[in-house]
Write a protein that binds this ligand. Sequence first.
Ligand SMILES: CC(C)(COP(=O)(O)OP(=O)(O)OC[C@H]1O[C@@H](n2cnc3c(N)ncnc32)[C@H](O)[C@@H]1OP(=O)(O)O)[C@@H](O)C(=O)NCCC(=O)NCCS
Length: 265
Amino acid sequence: MRLEDGVSAHGAAPGEVLVLHGFTHVLAQEDVRRHVMACLSPEEEARRRAFAFPRDRDMFLLAHGVMRLALGRVMGVGPRDLAFTRDAYGKPFLAGPFEAGPGFSLSHSGQAIAIAIARAPLVGVDVEAHGREVPLEAMAMVMADAEVADLAASGGSARRKAFAYWTLREAFAKAVGLGLSLPRNAVSFRLGGQGPAGEGAPAVAHLSEQFGTAGDWHLHQCDLGPDHILAVAARVPGPVAWRLLPIESVLPCAGSVRAPARPVP
Ligand SMILES: CC(C)(COP(=O)(O)OP(=O)(O)OC[C@H]1O[C@@H](n2cnc3c(N)ncnc32)[C@H](O)[C@@H]1OP(=O)(O)O)[C@@H](O)C(=O)NCCC(=O)NCCS
């Protein structure tokens, strides 16, 4: 499937959230590496070079290259034509002639990257490698009281749930632009799979009124391969269509090298 399908000249189709996801191993293909390298601005190239480890340089390269390729495709301009700025909290925005363009968000962790794009400013994405050795106590320090209580009652599934809550929170925090400055009880989440038959999407359970009402927010969560978990949050009026695409949609990949995205049970 091509990214252009269903995408208007001025952003993702109304109500649609595009989520590109993939892994740094695509950079093993020389033509792919050259293609994304050619997209970076001089400032991004300087940031890429500043990372000490090759794996971090690759993660940054792929995330920013794919972000430019996808946004450029959505807006009908070349990836290097785009200009970006950041606010005081670090949230990136399109700048100059593109400032009225779509909302977007970027995340990188381990070998995975994800980019979300929507025709709405408040969209955030987070991907985490859930094998990372982060103490549960440290994660609980930024979670809402209701989420911490759920973890305490969850026994062996607490670690997996913690990453599900964590990614939803970071996706939301990026959508509203506050990052880790988001007060921990300003929002709490209900995880997916909590219906009577284990069904149901994740949802905002409680929300401080400055961020709207819980019904304004749409959440999506899925596994990316066996080691990563992804969450997307978007404040979009009306129903949302989540459109998950492998990054190969915007890359000159010869073969399929993707891992499947499957909903978190
Ligand atoms: C945003 C944040 C939660 C990122 O978390 P992370 O899991 O470590 O990293 P991710 O890869 O998922 O996301 C990083 C990307 O988020 C984006 N980002 C950074 N700050 C952001 C913010 N406040 N809102 C939305 N997006 C943000 C950037 O695109 C960044 O990637 P880049 O630096 O390569 O461009 C964290 O960096 C943060 O809280 N930053 C803000 C710090 C802050 O609040 N400062 C206060 C200044 S007064």
